[in-house]
Design a protein around this ligand. Structure first.
Ligand code: GUN
Ligand code: FE
Length: 428
């Protein structure tokens, strides 16, 4: 049995409206799970070793529900373009390069190393169509100590020929890749990853649904992100009632035709119709809200409050490189800012997100996609990051919650981590 206690200034969310702050508190980890948070350490834990981070902030590890590993190399460039132009001018030409496994190894080594040093503990990752390169990425992520999902993207149209692998070849390659990765990887599970409807024929989507069923996998993709993309979907799939209906009719939207459910996360959902929102809620489909990307790629302002009020599960994503920063804390503050613009410009009745609500989305909200993750409540998997906020000097007396908010707003892409734990293992 492995058991220890982490001491520090602890902050986490129990729900969208309930936070817990404990100054000079203790969180106990037993066999990779939290055994609770205490102001005074109970006698029964008194013999455990204490990792003493007094004066530092202890928060749950952050969950990134949507990120593109091959795009990490060019993040922060091409940010004056709109989605479809950005895909054809920056993203696709870069992703073509991952046919070269040496290039992939060098690029993915930087990505995995930087993710390890970030405050993120769980990620759902898009790779490229190249299975060999994605295998390299899976190995590097596995070694990093993070947990999550990884999928080679599937695509067969509306992209350069070198990125299109039609069924049945694309499906067979994926099948072999999953088979191999399920045996090899412990912390990174394969996830079925149709890029988005414009890049996937119905035949490919149906093949992916079969593979999903065969291995009981989760699904990730993009949905209703950008007006020109949605128009393209309307032309390509006239049979569908709305964008998400294409995934639904092809059994890739949370529930199959027999009524069996499976985890699904859709990035963006900026322009989801009421019918689409209803189906997401009914099918338990997660929304990965990616506020920086939505601004950078002229996609719009996502209706997060409406999603929450309609019972959709919401987490946050960085969507690197549509989003320029890998910091989920940055996504937390962007989500608050963007929700204020939504309130001013789109719907005065939609209450903006508070900081703690947005922090909830980045931890327990998105964490649900990975299991019992994102909180220090008892039996939650023990993912924690310890950060030093003493560089933000002030004469104000600030609460632990205020210090976490300030840290989120002021810390940049590269934060100074004191320690990082994933499922009870210290990885930094
Ligand atoms: N839609 C299809 N591919 C992509 C991508 O790589 N990034 C974003 N933001 N949207 C997409
Ligand atoms: Fe994306």
């Amino acid at each position: 049995m492995s058991a220890f206690v982490v001491k520090g200034d602890i902050f986490y969310c129990k729900s969208l409206s309930e936070t817990v702050s404990v100054k000079d508190g203790y969180v106990v980890c037993i066999d990779g799970r939290s055994a609770g948070v205490f102001e005074v350490l109970p006698e029964k834990f008194a013999s455990l070793s204490i990792h003493d981070y007094s004066g530092k902030l202890v928060i749950p590890g952050l969950c990134d529900l949507h990120i593109h590993a091959p795009q990490y190399s060019f993040r922060g460039t091409g940010m004056d373009l709109e989605l479809l132009d950005w895909l054809s001018r920056y993203t696709f030409p870069e992703e073509v390069k991952y046919a070269d496994t040496d290039y992939a190894y060098r690029a993915y080594s930087i990505f995995a190393d930087d993710m390890k040093k970030s405050a993120t503990t769980r990620v759902s990752v898009f790779a490229t169509v190249h299975c060999e390169a994605t295998h390299i990425l899976a190995e590097l992520l596995e070694k990093s100590g993070l947990y999550g999902f990884i999928g080679p993207v599937s695509m067969d149209r509306e992209a350069p020929q070198k990125l299109c692998v039609p069924a049945p070849e694309g499906i067979t390659e994926l099948d072999n890749w999953i088979d191999e990765n399920l045996c090899y990887n412990e912390h990174f599970l394969p996830i079925v990853t149709p890029r988005f409807v414009p890049c996937c024929s119905d035949e490919l989507l149906r093949g992916l649904a079969e593979i999903r069923r065969k291995y009981a996998l989760a699904v990730q993709s993009h949905l209703s992100e950008n007006p020109s993309e949605i128009e393209l979907v309307r032309t390509l799939c006239p049979y569908a009632e709305f964008y998400g209906d294409v995934y639904h009719k092809n059994e890739l939207f949370g529930v199959d035709k027999k009524g069996n459910s499976f985890k699904t996360v859709m990035a963006h959902c900026v322009h989801s119709t009421d019918a689409e929102i209803r189906l997401m809620a009914e099918n338990g489909v997660f929304m990965a809200h990616c506020p920086a990307s939505n601004a950078n790629l002229s996609s719009g302002i996502a209706p997060v409050r409406k999603m929450l009020e309609n019972g959709v599960k919401v987490g946050l994503g960085t969507d690197v490189a549509g989003g320029h920063s890998k910091s989920v804390l940055r996504a937390v503050t962007d989500a608050v800012q963007i929700s204020k613009l939504y309130n001013c410009l789109v719907d005065n009745n939609a209450k903006p997100l508070s900081f703690s609500e947005s922090f909830y989305l980045a931890t327990k909200g998105g964490g649900e996609f990975f299991g019992n993750v994102g909180s220090f409540e008892e039996l939650y998997e023990f993912d924690a990051v310890v950060v030093d906020d003493s560089c933000y000097k002030t004469v104000c007396e600030q609460s632990v919650a205020e210090r976490v908010e300030k840290f989120a707003y002021l810390s940049g892409e590269n934060i100074n981590l004191t320690a990082k734990y994933v499922q009870g293992n210290r990885i930094m």
